[in-house]
Design a protein around this ligand. Structure first.
Ligand SMILES: Cc1cc2nc3c(=O)[nH]c(=O)nc-3n(C[C@H](O)[C@H](O)[C@H](O)COP(=O)(O)O)c2cc1C
Ligand code: SF4
Ligand code: FES
Length: 504
């Protein structure tokens, strides 16, 4: 981020360069996705084949899980499905239209219905209508409306957005920041990529509203490097909105001091975690730090910073335009609104499905048409690496935080990967643990060392004693790790060690 960073010397520079995968990778390398959806679609064999022809490296998800396997080319294009095997991009992958099971679409309202990356088209379809209302009615109105709507963050933690913004606004500080978290690291989730590419003005308007509500003069959109198209589109949209005087309200006759910068990640899953993200923005290793203080109290450069997920921000203009009551009419009383779910290639009808909170998971799986090519599914992986494995016997669970938590499950960012009957669960477990070992930020010992040791132990689980040892180690990692990354390693692992019906 463009801000005066102190010169911390060569040791610091080496530490940063060794942390971020992109900073020590061959720029000519194909980035072969080894995320779960691609892994189940033969990514290991694909990787081996492509590596025979030239430099390749592993990445975990490039946001095309509905077309797995996927390879990100050095020029930023993506080759998916059969094209991935040639290592060359075919025709630009077409986005399937999102489907909406909710009574009204909130997040996917504009997706696929025009080129809303362009300001004129976006404005004609309702973008940038909430900001003038907010400028007229003030920050208190934004916070009250958002609070009454009951909206909660979609980045995985489910924290009420209004409460976070109130805390940010209440801090005495000379400056504040608002950050859109477009890191979307969970393999299996691609909704944030689609929103950043297809409706970037909704993200920018949400960010401008966050800035107005908390009194931030700077907005930052942090986009992972595996999404180059998303980064370019949101940067272009910001430039257009700035030139038109929309971004800072000048076009509405009520200018407020606001500027946006789009920043690229450098290849690190953990940098989706807000404190690690802020460390990366400050030019440091993307390591997690303990909270409190929360970023809304002490964030970027020690100043109050509200960090929100892309999908969360897209909800905000909708709520302010339609009203808190319209929002509360959707979803469950304890969890109003909708969630856009990402269905991977293992489903017969993959793509984005927007549902109201409280919708049974089974209904979503039916909407996905069950398994691809009529294959029966024995489970679905829900919510990425920190999520869970949901066996068929639990598919009636309503998709709401409370109902899921009561069964030890978690929605995460809403990625669904189909697990066909007969899948080699131990191979999948090793895949899972390899991801954890590769992506642990290394800040705390239980996660850094435990994830590697667990991967070694998972190499041979024939003897019951070996399974017992692994279970004990996972328990230790869960109870002693600093952040949810380590704390949640055991959830999916237990699900995978269990039989197809969930029995251990
Ligand atoms: C290991 C880890 C990875 C995370 N990755 C993401 C991510 O990619 N995108 C995201 O929005 N939140 C991610 N989060 C959650 C963020 O820390 C933060 O809670 C979120 O951005 C807040 O936004 P929200 O209140 O709108 O949900 C991650 C958390 C952890 C522990
Ligand atoms: S649990 Fe893992 S990812 Fe989280 S702080 Fe510790 S080492 Fe880093
Ligand atoms: S593109 Fe491979 S898992 Fe998402």
């Amino acid at each position: 981020v463009t801000e005066r960073a102190p010169d911390r010397g060569p040791a610091h520079a080496r530490g940063v360069a060794s942390f971020f995968a992109d900073l020590h990778a061959d720029p000519r390398a194909l980035r072969v996705c080894r995320g779960t959806s691609c892994e189940l679609a033969g990514a290991a064999a694909l990787h081996e084949e492509l590596a025979r022809r030239g430099p390749c490296r592993t990445v975990y998800c490039v946001g095309y899980c509905h077309r797995s396997p996927a390879v990100l080319l050095p020029d930023g294009r993506v080759a998916t499905g059969a094209d991935a095997w040639s290592g060359e991009a075919g025709a630009a992958p077409e986005e399937p239209l999102p489907r909406c099971l909710a009574r009204a679409p909130v997040v996917t309202e504009r997706i696929g219905r025009g080129d809303f990356a362009r300001l004129a088209a976006a404005r004609a379809a309702g973008a940038w209508e909430a900001l003038p209302l907010a400028l007229e009615r003030g920050a208190a109105w934004v916070l009250d409306t958002l609070e009454r709507s009951g909206e909660r963050g979609r980045g995985g933690g489910g924290f009420p957005t209004a409460a976070k913004w109130r805390r940010g606004a209440a801090q005495p500080a000379p400056r504040r920041f608002a950050v859109a978290n477009g890191d979307e690291g969970d393999p299996g989730s691609f909704v944030d990529r689609v929103l950043l590419e297809r409706d970037p003005h909704a993200v920018l308007e949400g960010l401008a509203l966050a800035a107005l509500a908390v009194g931030a003069e700077r907005g930052i959109v942090y986009v992972r490097s595996e999404y180059p198209e998303a980064r370019e589109r949101v940067a272009r949209a910001a430039a257009e909105a700035r030139a038109a005087g929309v971004l800072d309200g000048a076009a509405f006759g009520r200018r407020f001091p606001f500027e946006v910068e789009v920043v690229s990640g450098r290849g690190s899953y953990v940098c989706g975690e807000e404190t690690a993200l802020l460390a990366a923005l400050e030019g440091r290793r993307g390591e997690v730090r303990p909270r409190p203080p929360y970023p809304s109290e002490r964030g970027l450069f020690g100043l109050p910073t509200v960090v929100n997920n892309v999908e969360t921000l897209v909800n905000v203009p909708w709520i302010l335009r339609r009203g808190a009551e319209a929002y509360r009419a959707l979803g469950a009383p304890s969890e109003p609104g909708t969630k856009a779910l990402s269905l991977g290639r293992g489903f017969a009808r993959p793509g984005i499905v927007e549902v109201e909170f409280g919708t049974p998971l089974r209904r979503v799986i039916e909407e996905g048409g069950g398994g691809r090519d009529g294959v029966e599914l024995e489970a679905v992986a829900l919510g990425g690496p920190m999520g869970c494995i949901v066996p068929r016997s639990a598919w009636d669970v309503p998709l709401s935080g409370a109902a899921l938590a009561a069964r030890g499950l978690d929605l995460g960012h809403g990625g669904l990967v189909a697990i066909p009957r007969g899948t080699d669960r131990r191979a999948l477990l090793r895949h899972w643990l390899r991801f954890m070992a590769d992506e642990s930020c290394g800040r705390c010992v239980p996660c850094r060392v435990g994830s590697r040791r667990a991967l070694e132990l998972a190499g041979d689980l024939e003897a019951p004693a070996a399974r017992e040892r692994l279970a004990r180690l996972l328990e230790l990692v869960a109870t002693t790790s600093l952040c949810p990354f380590g704390q949640r390693i055991p959830g999916p692992a237990r699900g995978l060690l269990a039989g197809p019906e969930g029995a251990r």
